[in-house]
Design a protein around this ligand. Structure first.
Ligand code: AHR
Length: 495
């Protein structure tokens, strides 16, 4: 039994765009309010209203890009409600998410400030479903016009003299569903119309992202590419991982049998098929791969935590989520020539979150630790990896036991990320490094693992699942041998 891998350190493929490690924060449940924004008068320590503990945690993982304000919320969001003195901002009902009052205290200025504080590029999603062309056009003018204009003057009155730099702009969200229940032909026409008035002012050059397909709706991709490919820079794709079914029960985040462990990882691997097939359609119209596939919603979606508002999509996060994240990144790397950005859903307190909060308490989830460990791949060159893997067998079905990806960074360091999907058995690993002098190199490693499938962090035990140094790794000539524990995610660095 062996997992034999050859890492060709001299065969560099595409650059792994750091935006593959992007995030998504929607006005949903406690994602923005409490999770990020507590307000300047809060007893929770904050900087200009943004909680300090979350700020530091996000800075540490070097969030490259942050998508906001939705999600489904985006197609009901009217940006003018969220600017000006906070006490005068309109209060509305968040009809999509729990029917709670949205006081609009976190709006454009607060979002831009957050991005600035954590060093992330803003990615704003505009409203096609219930907004007008004028409204979208004026939002871009408000944010990016440098000079005298009604919107730029208004921005200045609200305290922001200089225009912001804004690159990423989404023209609608899930327009096949919550964003207007449209047919692709109709949305393609609307996309063409709306994007016409989403203008580049001065040297601000927008990267326009068209609302893409749900899961395996290949026809959506085909129609959008055929009718509008030359007017877009990116096309999105949404896919969530769940062991059950969307409407009839997705499965529990923490209380699950072995079978659901297996199914969850099997479904996470489905991302590879989806990217391959949507890419093949995009290739027909864009063989140079100018247009990025932007997977701006992905991650696990389980039943909400019992006792919480079901409209808040709050769920715990276990070592299983860490495996899902690691597998996704290894897949995204492999498609780095087409996948230019992805955004996990969602940053704090919603779905597969990096961070959970409860009042003034905060914890980092196993998923957070994967983002932290994998950040060495940001903007590195993908290396050619060939492997033969043992099978992780469950009943009549099987999956490759191990997932591997490798990159070389600008300093020549080689980073290898590994996942052992098997919930019971360790994986024997043999990694041969072609084109790299192992005898002259220094190796270090980190590993995230657990002894139970549902291991997770709680506010009482916030460090139950956290990475540790991985020392149980040996070099033998030009190869590395190791035993990767069951259900683990690891990263090795050679320098
Ligand atoms: O991330 C939660 C929701 O999932 C988003 O609002 C929507 O776009 C998707 O259906």
């Amino acid at each position: 039994m062996n997992n034999k891998v050859v890492i060709n350190t001299d065969i560099e493929k595409s650059k792994i765009n750091k935006n593959i490690y992007g995030h998504f924060a929607e006005h949903l449940g406690r994602g923005i309010y409490e999770g990020i924004w507590v307000g300047e008068d809060s007893p929770i320590p904050n900087t200009n209203g943004i909680r300090n503990d979350v700020l530091e945690a996000l800075k540490n993982i070097q969030v490259p890009v942050l998508r906001w304000p939705g999600g489904c919320f985006a197609d009901e969001y009217h940006w003018k409600d969220g600017i000006g003195p906070r006490e005068n901002r309109k209060r509305m009902v968040n009809t999509h998410w729990g029917g709670v009052v949205e006081n609009n205290h976190f709006g454009t200025h607060e979002f831009m400030m957050l991005c600035d504080m954590i060093g992330a590029e803003p990615y704003i999603c505009g409203n096609v479903g219930s907004g007008t062309v004028q409204e979208m056009s004026e939002w871009v003018e408000y944010m990016t016009f440098d000079g005298e204009s009604p919107m730029a003057n208004w921005r200045k009155e609200n305290g922001q003299q200089e225009p912001w730099k804004l690159k990423y702009f989404g023209v609608g969200n899930e327009n096949w569903g919550c964003g207007g229940n449209m047919r692709p032909e109709y949305y393609a026409d609307l996309y063409r119309r709306y994007q016409t008035y989403v203008r580049n002012y001065g040297d601000n050059k927008l990267y326009k992202i068209a609302g893409g397909a749900n899961v395996d709706d290949y026809r959506w991709t085909e129609v959008l590419m055929k009718n509008a490919h030359w007017m877009m820079d990116g096309l999105s794709l949404h896919y969530y991982t769940m062991p059950g079914e969307f409407w009839t029960g997705k499965g529990s985040a923490t209380d699950f049998p072995e079978e659901e462990w297996f199914i969850t990882l099997q479904r996470a691997l489905h991302m590879n098929t989806l990217i391959t097939r949507h890419s093949a359609i995009m290739d027909q119209y864009d063989p140079e791969k100018r247009i990025g596939m932007i997977i701006d919603e992905w991650g696990t979606w389980f039943d909400p935590e019992p006792g919480t508002n079901p409209g808040f999509l709050y769920q715990q996060n276990t070592i299983r989520d860490a495996l899902v994240a690691g597998l996704h990144f290894n897949i995204f790397h492999e498609h780095a020539d087409r996948v230019h950005m992805t955004n996990i859903a969602q940053t704090v307190n919603v779905l597969q979150a990096m961070i959970l909060t409860e009042g003034e308490k905060m914890l980092l989830t196993p998923t957070y630790h994967v983002f932290d460990m994998f950040k060495v791949h940001h903007d590195a060159s993908l290396l050619q990896v060939d492997g033969q893997f043992d099978q992780y067998q469950f009943g009549d079905e099987s999956l490759p036991q191990v997932s591997v990806s490798a990159s070389k960074d600008k300093d020549g360091k080689v980073h290898i990320s590994l996942c052992n999907l098997d919930h019971k058995n360790e994986a024997d690993l043999n990694l041969e490094l072609r084109g790299f002098d192992l005898s002259a190199s220094k190796m270090s490693g980190k590993i995230l693992t657990a002894d139970k499938m549902d291991a997770h962090n709680t506010f009482d035990q916030p460090e139950h699942v956290k990475p540790v140094t991985w020392t149980d790794v040996k070099t033998e000539g030009q190869a590395i041998s190791a035993k990767l524990p069951a259900m683990s995610v690891a990263v090795l660095t050679l320098e």
